[in-house]
Design a protein. Structure first.
Length: 420
């Protein structure tokens, strides 16, 4: 929706977080005459007064109020859609989505392109709301897109990157099938599509027309500890200061984008080496009497908890702190992987999903606790010198915390108290 189409309109803004505030500011900068109505859970009836409703990502597209407003002819849009409609035609948009890894991958691509001399901005689900970048004259905008932002995306990215698909966000999307379809909505609209050849669900669901692949033997992939482009060695994987095979695979997506932009892959080596990991993503946050503590609070699925354990496994004792908000995820695969580690693994389990993880991991040494303080103290007792304690909850944080950042901070604070 172009800015001029908002002139003289009654505009509802549902959600007054970063995205909502950025949308209001952008409308004020580009429109001379308009009226804003603040929509919240207490006054959804006021939507009927609106010509246009700018919906924040956290408000489900499938809520009755949204579907009802559409039927009445009210235009439903988002700050991300306002960005796509009004951005400079000369700015290339690379939109990255996936169940996990999209923040780190987006940040790594931003950092790499910047090191290669591009004028580049980072926004979306990480950094600044995209609508703030609508007037940007950057060469490239790297946009991290959540499933919520992908679901009603009307914009056309120059390159759409899909990292992976796991079951997630059932409450917002209504079903896992719809979640996957909503992710693909943005990807299928992109001019060029970059998909993960190693992700089975992506292979099954994605439209294969005009697709390029990473983690594919013909393109950028990993072999014997090195990044390759086809049969040409690029550089060693250990240059990237991020633990875990999953991070190396996502780095293949970054290298693939650089290749699509016809920039030299070898020059990415220095960029990768200087990259700093984002907080709460396999972040080492302390060591107490020989026990290492790692914060992977971003982990909200069983698959990411497995990836964390694989990334940290050097044959030592590992203690996994897991559990959180229950949204009906299947923990059978996590349980089987934990059991495969034998006597090298211990579990410390938090409400609400802790009981289900314990049941799936039957036979593994484990203890249920009530809060993070108990979890850290118990994990420390369980883990001998040279071992590692990782918070990788395999569940969202909403039963006890506002977000995963707050959960990670509590973990770090408890470690500091432990060290006193």
């Amino acid at each position: 929706m172009l800015w001029q189409n908002l002139e003289n309109k009654v505009i509802g803004v549902w959600g007054q977080g970063k995205e909502g505030q950025a949308a209001i500011k952008a409308v004020g900068q580009h429109c001379a005459s308009y009226k804003i109505i603040d929509i919240n859970e207490d006054n959804t009836d006021d939507i009927e007064q609106c010509d246009v409703l700018i919906k924040s990502p956290g408000v489900s597209l499938y809520r009755q109020e949204i579907t009802g407003a559409k039927k009445k002819g009210i235009i439903i849009t988002s700050s991300s859609n306002l960005f796509f409609a009004n951005k400079s035609k000369n700015t290339l948009v690379i939109a990255i989505t996936g169940t996990k890894g999209k923040s780190t991958t987006s940040a790594l691509l931003y950092h790499t392109l910047k090191c290669l001399g591009k004028n580049v901005e980072l926004g979306g689900n990480i950094g600044r709301p995209l609508v703030e970048l609508a007037d940007s004259k950057a060469d490239v905008i790297v946009a991290e897109m959540s499933s919520y932002q992908c679901a009603d995306c009307e914009g056309v990215a120059d390159i759409g990157v899909l990292l992976n698909l796991y079951p997630e966000h059932l409450q917002w999307h209504g079903s896992h099938q719809q979640y996957w379809l909503d992710k693909l909505n943005m990807i299928n609209k992109a001019k060029r599509k970059l998909l993960n050849a190693d992700d089975n669900r992506t292979l099954m669901m994605a439209d294969k027309k005009e697709v390029e692949w990473f983690n594919d033997k013909q393109g950028v992939h990993i072999s014997e500890g090195c990044f390759y482009d086809g049969d040409k060695k690029i550089f060693l994987c250990h240059v990237l200061p991020l633990p875990g095979e999953h991070n190396a695979h996502n780095a293949c997506a970054v290298l693939s984008v650089v290749k699509m932009l016809e920039m030299p892959l070898k020059k990415c080596e220095a960029a990768f080496a200087s990259f700093q990991a984002l907080p709460h993503r396999l972040q080492k946050v302390g060591e107490v009497r020989g026990v290492e503590f790692v914060d992977d609070s971003i982990s909200t699925t069983p698959e990411t908890a497995i990836a964390a354990l694989k990334a940290l496994d050097k044959g030592q004792i590992m203690t996994l702190i897991a559990g959180g908000y229950d949204r009906g995820q299947d923990y059978a695969e996590l349980g089987e992987y934990v059991k495969s580690l034998g006597n090298r693994i211990r579990l410390v389990l938090l409400p609400d999903t802790g009981a289900r993880i314990m049941a799936a991991s039957d036979g593994v040494q484990s203890k249920a606790v009530g809060n993070m303080k108990e979890a850290v103290e118990t994990a420390f007792e369980y883990t001998q010198d040279g071992g590692v304690v990782v918070l990788s909850p395999a569940a969202p944080s909403y039963n006890c915390y506002k977000n995963f950042e707050e959960r990670g901070k509590d973990f770090s604070d408890c470690i500091k108290n432990l060290a006193k």
